[in-house]
Design a protein around this ligand. Structure first.
Ligand code: FAD
Length: 339
């Protein structure tokens, strides 16, 4: 049985930063993640993408942010159970919890922080019969190593931020980038839409709209796509087809934990501490929902901070904690030692 103060489910940016905030309060943390590595969406979906809205970083690559978060928390020596899915939760008579993974690992904690993001990552796939035949033979749903597309002919399908961002990024990497969307209007950020138009005018991105990829062809690997555009069929030679239609949110086993769920997310008390309808279970980051919720990394950081204050009070009902700044009063030094 692994013993800890806070059991965090999810090693995305929110779960990682929660370890730091807990550490400042001298609370121990253990993290479970279904994936073999930490970082959540940043590692899985966009490790090389720059992020522009982390305070204090004009720009930071997603994987660099994950590395820095780990650097920041390692002084508090969090434990990790990786490659295992948090499966069941049992509330004990004393109000503590036992969480068991699909591998049978048991964790005993005073409080549970669900930082499970989107749950398990399942890409939404276009309904094309032959699609699965070319998976890993030219069809990709995530871009983990952009270098792979160097000098290649790439066709991206989709109309949201991912499709736009990756088309812009790969325009400088791939030999040819084509963006196909079934409408003329894109759903992504205005800035990105304008940038794609600019790159189209410079001949760096080919835009085919309104259109849809309806067929894939190739002998041992993907060689050609069939595209339907306004009633006529086009053929396009490609090395890679990247449909970016978002992810299907799958809560997984957490959906059966008796938590109040709305729109595939866990309802929390955002006026106070991000606690769920079950006392002692909190939900932070992309996994939660409340009026005005924004799925942004910095919002997860904020939620983690308030949650840790609440858990401190839960674990130490007789102690009065007075918030001090991290550099004042020696709550915790940045010299790597816990005082
Ligand atoms: P996640 O990063 O989703 O991590 C959750 C983790 O929980 C995962 O590792 C998952 O494996 C694990 N998990 C889930 N269920 C279980 C279970 N039952 N057992 C064990 N583990 C489990 N945000 C910004 O602020 N700025 C940006 O520029 C930005 N760009 C983005 C670009 C793209 C393409 C995408 C897709 C998102 C972007 N975001 C951006 C959003 C940002 O990535 C999310 O807000 C952030 O990742 C949420 O962090 P999280 O820790 O809450 O969850």
């Amino acid at each position: 049985m692994i013993e800890t103060d806070i059991l965090i489910i999810g090693a995305g940016p929110t779960g990682l930063f929660a370890v730091f905030e807990a550490g400042l309060l001298k609370l121990r943390c253990h993290i479970i993640d279904a994936l073999p590595n930490i970082g959540g969406q940043l590692t899985q979906l966009y490790p090389k993408k720059p992020i522009f809205d982390i305070p204090g970083y004009p720009t930071v690559q997603a994987e660099e942010l994950v590395n820095n978060l780990y650097e920041q928390i390692k002084q508090f020596e969090p434990g990790f159970t990786l490659n295992e899915i948090a499966q069941t939760i049992d509330k004990q008579e004393d109000g503590t919890f036992i969480v068991t993974t699909d591998n049978g690992t048991k964790h005993h904690a005073n409080a549970v922080a669900i930082a499970a993001g989107l749950g398990s990552f399942e890409p939404r796939k276009p309904p094309i019969d032959t699609l699965s035949k070319y998976e890993e033979k030219g069809v990709e749903y995530f871009i983990r190593e952009p270098e792979k597309f160097k000098g290649k002919k790439v066709l991206i399908a989709g109309g949201g931020d991912s499709a736009l961002d990756w088309s812009i990024f790969l325009a400088d990497v791939a030999a040819e980038v084509t963006l196909v969307h079934r409408r003329n209007e894109f759903r992504g950020a205005l800035d990105s839409v304008e940038k794609v138009q600019e790159l189209k005018n410079q001949g760096k991105i080919k835009l085919i709209t309104p259109a849809e990829v309806i067929g894939l062809e190739g002998k041992d690997k993907l060689e050609k796509l069939i595209i339907e555009k306004e009633g006529s069929k086009l053929e396009k030679e490609v090395d890679y087809f990247i449909p970016l239609f978002g992810l299907t949110p799958k809560l997984g086993p957490i959906a059966n934990w008796g938590l109040e769920i709305e729109k595939n997310a866990i309802k929390v008390n955002n006026a106070l501490d991000y606690q769920t309808n079950i006392e002692g279970i909190y939900a932070i980051g992309d996994i939660n929902i409340y009026p005005g919720k924004l799925k942004l990394i910095l919002c997860g950081f904020h939620e983690a901070t308030l949650m840790c204050q609440s858990i401190y009070n839960r674990i130490n009902p007789d102690k009065k904690y007075v918030l001090k700044y991290t550099t004042v009063g020696g709550v915790q030094g940045f010299d790597g030692t816990v005082k």
